[in-house]
Unconditional design. Sequence first.
Length: 134
Amino acid sequence: AKFAACTFISVKEAEALFGRPATQKQGPTTPLHGECDWNYDAPDNSSHLLQLNIWTENFYKQGGELVDADAQPFAIGERKGNIKVSDLTGIDISWVEKGRFIQLSYSTVGPSVPKATTKVEEVKALARKVSAAL
């Protein structure tokens, strides 16, 4: 259950972020990692994507650094809390908590959806909710 990423954010919460209907998709779930995706695809192929990944901290560390060099500190979790906001990649928040490495990402593509970077406070609030539920 500790990697059941879809249990931490509801479809309604994703819809509130998108301002559109959302589809929830359970990603891979293993003893080391869990993923959940929420998305909306517009008729013109514009889209919203909210993604939550939860790894064991040790498993994730094998992949490299926990914090990107261009991320800013963000007070969340036990340590390594950070946020990266970019017009190109959207919003990425990650942190370490209870032996897990958590990453919440939100991105948008296309002309008929708002830029992800306009939703920083909303994504921070979702990250805090996930953190509180761990």
